[in-house]
Design a protein around this ligand. Structure first.
Ligand code: FE2
Length: 358
């Protein structure tokens, strides 16, 4: 069910999903998506938002995008989506492999198959401004149009309702982390500055992103930055450090009267925990895309990782009666609000999250 009009909901429960990497050639991704669908059907949120990398390789194959769109249409509730680098190509950066960048044709393919790549809605007293992060720094006409739209939207809502920014790539992180990051993990630096100026020094209260395949919540410069994990597979520690929680899952947001009443990581019943190259092969190498890969996935084709090498994080699993569709939940920093009936809170606080609060 796709909705195109602005909707207004006084209280809302929103499910955030990201990095599904769907394709007819990705059976593990499909199985985990099916688990997400069952959870959504059981819990009936008001809205599902997909934060990008819907497809395994929509940038290269329209069939993957069409498959991703068909999977979104299986959701029994309204949905919105923004594209990721694997859907339409990446932000260009100096030295990037040839052919990986977003272009007008790839962006148009998203518009034709999936729908709008930037949009705004209101829900739970919040204004959600969703942008196509892959356009940033591209120089395409569509990037100029999007900046103009975002400027108009920020001016309209700034100081009135809390603003939540939705973007495939994260915008910010602590300074040393930003400085050490590869150029394709975050928004380009120049665009980060432009974004800050656009909001007039008052950043969006909440910035939600995907891309890194980790769940994380950190507060920076007056804003909460929420990283939505992958539903497909995480990356081994040898390839990507753990800043948050490396688990396959989704995030539930509860929004009430302009406040974020709660957010939590959920692992729907049936979702499998995959680590790329440990539990499943690197599909991009199989697709002949080694060297193409625009995020940490790009490292995988060149590294040998054996099962058992990843240290991982301790997980406490306690047998518990629960409703169909829910396996367990990681409480987030603001999780003191309404608890979903039948959803059990885990008994530990993620070490990654705890560290980020300091
Ligand atoms: Fe991505």
């Amino acid at each position: 069910m796709k909705i195109d009009a602005v909707t207004a909901v006084a209280e809302a429960r929103v499910i955030l999903v990201s990095d599904t990497h769907l394709s007819t050639s990705a059976p593990q991704a499909q199985a985990n998506w099916d688990a997400v669908l069952s959870y959504v059907a059981a819990c009936a949120p008001d809205l599902v938002i997909h934060l990008g990398d819907l497809s395994l390789d929509g940038a290269g194959h329209a069939a993957d995008l069409r498959h991703g769109r068909a999977q979104l249409d299986r959701l029994p509730v309204a949905w919105h989506a923004v594209p990721g680098n694997h859907d339409i190509g990446d932000n260009p950066w100096p030295g990037a492999p040839a052919g990986i960048a977003v272009d007008a044709g790839r962006q148009q393919r998203w518009l034709d198959i999936v729908g709008a790549d930037h949009w705004s809605i209101t829900a739970g007293g919040w204004v959600f401004l969703a942008v196509n992060a892959q356009l940033v720094g591209s120089g395409l006409a569509a990037e100029d149009a999007q900046w103009s739209w975002l400027d108009e939207q920020a001016g309209r809502y700034r100081g009135r309702e809390p603003i939540a920014l939705i973007t495939h790539k994260p915008v910010a992180a602590p300074g040393p982390e930003l400085a050490a990051a590869p150029p394709h993990r975050f928004w380009p630096a120049s665009a980060r500055g432009r974004l800050a100026r656009l909001f007039g020094g008052t950043p969006p209260a909440l910035v939600m992103s995907g891309h890194v395949h980790q769940y994380r919540l950190l507060r920076l410069d007056g804003a909460d930055h929420l990283w939505v994990p992958t539903t497909w597979a995480v990356l081994p520690d040898q390839v990507q450090p753990a800043w948050g929680v490396k688990r396959c899952g989704i995030v539930s947001l509860t929004l009430t009267a302009g406040t974020l009443a709660g957010q939590k990581l959920i692992e729907p019943d049936g979702i499998e925990q995959h680590t790329i190259t440990v539990d499943l092969p690197d599909p991009y190498r199989r697709h002949g895309l080694a060297g193409y890969l625009p995020d940490e996935l790009g490292c995988l084709g060149h590294r040998a990782v054996r099962r058992g090498e990843q240290p991982g994080l301790h997980r406490e699993v306690v047998p518990h009666a629960r409703p169909p569709g829910v396996r367990h939940v990681h409480p987030g920093r603001r999780s003191a609000g309404r608890q979903q009936p039948g959803v059990r809170r885990k008994q530990f606080v993620s070490p990654g999250l705890d560290q980020q609060r300091r």
